[in-house]
Design a protein around this ligand. Structure first.
Ligand SMILES: C[S@@+](CC[C@H](N)C(=O)[O-])C[C@H]1O[C@@H](n2cnc3c(N)ncnc32)[C@H](O)[C@@H]1O
Ligand SMILES: [Zn+2]
Length: 398
């Protein structure tokens, strides 16, 4: 096979069932690998493998559900690894990929040829919004769109919604965790239309803000966006949204938006669904002024049937997934129906001047006291429970 020549050094790597060419990073003067990667001629991050694993599994789920040929769009494809894996592992047959970077498009074409999937994938040198919008005609829409940008996915949200079919799936990756977790609240308000919370469960709030923004954008087009798989890992957030046409569907998701009100002094929090904030801003527990986050999504973050299905695909398939994925999926399943927000056990212990304790033992004690309690994937020391802060403190003191 003739290998196209590139103006930058390349190397071959494998991921899943694909063998692809990626820029070879040459480290000088101990420059951090992340810097090198961000300056590479084409973007490829091996640490995002788990993200792509979940794309493969989600697509397998969708293919089974729809049971007719489906159309896929990956408008920011970089090296093309994701699309190639979708073709090889989820047996996708009609994929449109795009990128603004000519080197990325050339490399993606080479990777498609090397993996013998050229019948299944087309690549365009084009802006992502433009690529999605030229497919917004009802006859040309996609069943699955995977938006994987640098930073926030929201500048591409409207185009993705315009070009998704009824019952299709939109997957969004967000790497702008600083705004979403409250380091720059104004940037969060600009991008997501909601206020973040700089609290121990800020990563959960981040996912809820991404979903909240998606629900609002979808509602403009009389569509609903319902999360079926959401997770935070390795400093990014990922949500998979099941899209449905219809004003009533849109209304039902809009009714699940609202606010989290949090007391920084005693850690008490309250949840308030609805578009307007009616709650008193004074903490019921300690009287302190509470801070407000939102509007954001206050419904479920994942769907248990969806998780069960992709768990089955995961155990039956021969794809080589990130070893952490089994645990992540298990954890996400446990969290379905769990209360909104979570408590960090170390934060509570330090608040009541008590030395830290084992998470498992604390969960048992909470359950023995008649409350629900589960671990959360967001934080190794986090617990989702319906006990309130005073009840948790009392349980810890026993
Ligand atoms: C995070 S990388 C994508 C990685 C790829 N999806 C993967 O799984 O490896 C983001 C890509 O988006 C491209 N990009 C940035 N802005 C774009 C735009 N407006 N339209 C199309 N591509 C864009 C960049 O050139 C880069 O290749
Ligand atoms: Zn308080």
């Amino acid at each position: 096979m003739t290998i196209m020549s590139f103006w930058f050094p390349i190397e071959e790597v494998s991921e899943g069932n694909a063998r692809i060419l990626v820029p070879k990073l040459i480290q000088k003067n101990n420059e951090p690998i992340d810097h090198l990667r961000s300056r590479a001629a084409v973007f490829y991050n091996p640490n995002m493998r788990l993200n792509r694993d979940t794309a493969v599994l989600s697509l397998q789920y969708l293919k089974n559900k729809i049971s007719k040929p489906i159309k896929i769009c990956e408008p920011m494809c970089g090296s093309g690894v994701r699309g190639v894996r979708l073709a090889l592992e989820a047996k996708a047959e009609n994929i449109v990929m795009g990128d603004l970077n000519p080197s990325a498009v050339n490399l993606a074409v080479e990777n498609i040829n090397r993996n013998n999937v050229r019948e299944k994938i087309r690549v365009r040198l084009m802006d992502a919004n433009l690529l999605m919008n030229i497919h917004s005609n009802p006859m040309n829409r996609f069943d699955y769109i995977d938006v994987d940008p640098y930073g926030s996915p929201t500048p591409f949200l409207d185009s993705a919604i315009r070009s998704i079919k009824d019952e299709g799936l939109i997957a969004l990756t967000a790497t702008d965790m600083a705004p979403l977790c409250g380091v720059s609240p104004l940037a969060c308000l600009r991008k997501y239309g909601g206020k973040p919370l700089k609290v121990s469960y800020s990563h959960e709030v981040a996912l809820r803000l991404i979903i909240g923004a998606s629900v609002k954008s979808a509602a403009i087009h009389e569509m609903s966006a319902r999360p079926v798989l959401s997770y935070y890992i390795d400093h990014y957030g990922r949500v998979n949204l099941s899209m449905k046409y219809g004003a009533k569907n849109a209304d039902s998701t809009i009714s699940e938006l609202g606010y989290i009100v949090h007391c920084q002094k005693c850690l008490h929090r309250e949840i308030m669904k609805g578009p307007y904030l009616k709650i008193s801003r004074k903490c019921n527990v300690c009287g302190n002024k509470m801070m407000v986050g939102g509007p954001m999504w206050l419904g479920e973050l994942s769907d248990s049937c969806f998780l069960e299905e992709i768990q089955k695909h995961y155990s039956n398939s021969n794809i080589y997934c990130d070893p952490r994925l089994a645990r992540l999926l298990h954890s996400l399943k446990e969290e379905v129906n769990a209360p909104i927000t979570f408590y960090n056990i170390d934060e509570i212990c330090s608040k009541i001047n008590q030395s830290s304790t084992s998470l498992e033992k604390f969960i048992e004690k909470i359950k023995d006291s008649g409350f629900e309690a589960v671990r959360t994937h967001f934080n190794e020391r986090g617990i989702k429970t319906n006990a309130n802060i005073l009840e948790l403190e009392n349980i810890l003191k026993v």
